[in-house]
Design a protein around this ligand. Structure first.
Ligand SMILES: NC(=O)c1ccc[n+]([C@@H]2O[C@H](COP(=O)([O-])OP(=O)(O)OC[C@H]3O[C@@H](n4cnc5c(N)ncnc54)[C@H](O)[C@@H]3O)[C@@H](O)[C@H]2O)c1
Length: 262
């Protein structure tokens, strides 16, 4: 790039890119979808809840962007294979994948049925493999792609607030899956990074935020002394999706108000 054509802001644009985000009808996935739409990507908004996905599509279109809605339940591996093939069939490309959908079921490990463990491993971890494999095949062919995995600060530490073992286990796995896949695909033009947020004000954290004691402990433990707003994840999504991070792969970007700094 010559000095004359250098523009830092243009590195964040996503013109002519196609992005697929799992679980993007609400919460952090919705923020990723709105962000990519504003940066001019075509956004495939996928969710288990079609009315929510369609609402996000309307939000993107009302803001002048381009999007379509897809029913994708990441608990269903066959659906993952089919829907990603359909996305590529329709749009002929897939440049950005956000493995965002995730879940938690907070209960003591000693009483946890195997079915609960299996469900959380599927939704939080196996889908990351399945979606990355399916989208990755196209990205590798094009020698271009950015995959963003939603990890958590709870993938970097062991928790301690309340029992949430499968969540911590799967988010820890997502952290190292990010590094391992980044290493495998780095030379082939496909970057793989993760975001590790602190507690964000979405539906997922209602049980924590509605518990006065847990809320106080979490806030006191956070150097910035507060929960994150969903919109505060937008910069991390855009940085990792765009060529602004073209030399960044295998990175776990903590958006955590300093949680992991102490
Ligand atoms: N909110 C937080 O504090 C926080 C912190 C760290 C990491 N994360 C991670 O960020 C991701 C998004 O979390 P969130 O807080 O936005 O969650 P959320 O519960 O607010 O939203 C989840 C979205 O995923 C959809 N969804 C649920 N099950 C699905 C399935 N099986 N297939 C497809 N879509 C499904 C829901 O309909 C909803 O639109 C998760 O992986 C979560 O673990 C969240």
């Amino acid at each position: 790039m010559s000095e004359n054509t250098f523009s830092a802001i243009s590195q964040f644009r996503l013109d002519k890119e196609v992005a697929l985000i799992t679980g993007s009808g609400d919460g952090l996935g919705r923020i990723a979808a709105l962000t990519f739409g504003e940066a001019s990507a075509h956004v495939c908004v996928s969710d288990i809840d079609m009315p929510l996905a369609e609402k996000v599509v309307r939000e993107i279109e009302d803001a002048g962007g381009s999007a379509d809605a897809w029913h994708l339940d990441v608990a269903d591996n066959e659906q993952i294979v089919r829907v990603i093939a359909e996305v590529v069939g329709k749009h002929k490309q897939i440049d950005i994948l956000v493995n965002n959908a995730g879940t938690a079921q907070r209960e003591p490990t000693e009483d946890m049925p195997l079915e609960v463990w299996d469900k959380i491993v599927q939704i939080n971890q196996t889908q990351v493999f399945m979606c990355s494999r399916e989208a990755g095949q196209h990205m590798l062919k094009e020698k271009k792609g950015s995959i963003i995995n939603m990890a958590s600060i709870m993938g970097l530490v062991g928790g301690g607030f309340y029992p949430n073992f499968p969540y911590h286990a799967t988010k820890g796995a997502v952290v190292n899956m990010t590094r391992a896949l980044a290493a495998e695909w780095a030379a082939h033009g496909v970057r793989v990074n993760a975001i590790a947020p602190t507690f964000v004000k979405t539906n997922l954290t209602i049980p924590l935020r509605s518990n006065e004691t847990l809320s106080r402990i979490a806030i006191e433990r956070t150097p910035m002394g507060r929960f994150a707003e969903p919109e505060e994840l937008a910069g991390a999504f855009l940085f990792l999706a765009s060529s602004a991070s073209s030399m960044v792969t295998g990175h776990i970007l903590a958006v955590d108000g300093g949680w992991t700094a102490i």
